[in-house]
Design a protein around this ligand. Sequence first.
Ligand SMILES: C[S@@+](CC[C@H](N)C(=O)[O-])C[C@H]1O[C@@H](n2cnc3c(N)ncnc32)[C@H](O)[C@@H]1O
Length: 345
Amino acid sequence: MKNNRFDLFVAPQTKQPLILRRGGLETADGQQRFPVVLHTPVLLPETDASVWHRELVELILWEHPDEIEKIYADKARWQKDPNALYRQTIRRVIGGKEEILEAIERYAAADTGIWLPKKPASNAVSFAAKRAFLKYSTARNGKRRMQTARASDFRESYAAYESQIAALRPRTLLELSTGAGTGTSLTANAMPDDARLYTVDIDFNCLGNAAGIGNYHRKTVVPVCANFWYLPFPDAVFDCVCTLNGLDESREIRRTLEEAARVLKPGGSFAVFSRKTAFMRQQRILADFGFNEEETTALLHKCRMYACAEHLIGLCAEKGLALQRQASFPAGADLTWVVSLFRKA
Ligand SMILES: C[S@@+](CC[C@H](N)C(=O)[O-])C[C@H]1O[C@@H](n2cnc3c(N)ncnc32)[C@H](O)[C@@H]1O
């Protein structure tokens, strides 16, 4: 591992090494250039969306991008009850269960890149995103994130994830998804003082959490705005790749796992905190259309999303990540967390 926190990066698509020059990161020939905003590299592939939500509903509505835009534009209704808005839009635009299944069949047959909205990566860092980043980046927020994780009803499962990472004593870590920062807090706390944690999220706002958490723990936490499908790192550089609920909301799970396996060193570990079954999360949308657990799981498989912890074992095995152990933590009538550890051969 090199010493400078920016030395490790490569271009997300071509994987050419990047150097810090003129306040940005660029390839040696200057042909590809990526911004560094608030000390955070923005290494998004060219085709990526700036504002890009990841709900299953978007896959059902994938042939109607303007309807997806409308959902998120209707802020008041979305904040009040997003699932009701999703259900109403699906009913109006798609229809019932049969039509949903047909739309997903078409999605399953489509090329991964087709539905990515083509917006410039610079949109990812709007003024509002920068403002949110700064709000989250204080050490006080980092402290609050840790306290919230400790006080959570899920603290037992969080502790299992944390101690799994601590036991690995990794020096170089990559976290898939910063989000609200729960996983980042636990990981930064668990890792050795001289370790370095890179945490990746496509949503620039969230990355402020990483900065705040790093400041609070006095550990090296490097926020990176990137897409899991195009991780901006060379092959075999991390001792540990970890994720707390980062797989459940992400599309293209096989591709994400392939990238995770690629950047892991041989013998490296992949620590995953996830839902036992994604049905628990999706039922608020799908139950209304008559989907049961088995049908929802099949639907998620079809559209290449995380379906359940058992499904994950097979997908990881395909990418050379063998299960070491898996523990379940029931957290309520319809929720069970699973903490899994995989190892790259
Ligand atoms: C449920 S949150 C993760 C929770 C977070 N790990 C925590 O501990 O609070 C899911 C996050 O994954 C990010 N995400 C989803 N798909 C992604 C992708 N393909 N690439 C990068 N980030 C992605 C979202 O922006 C979101 O912040």
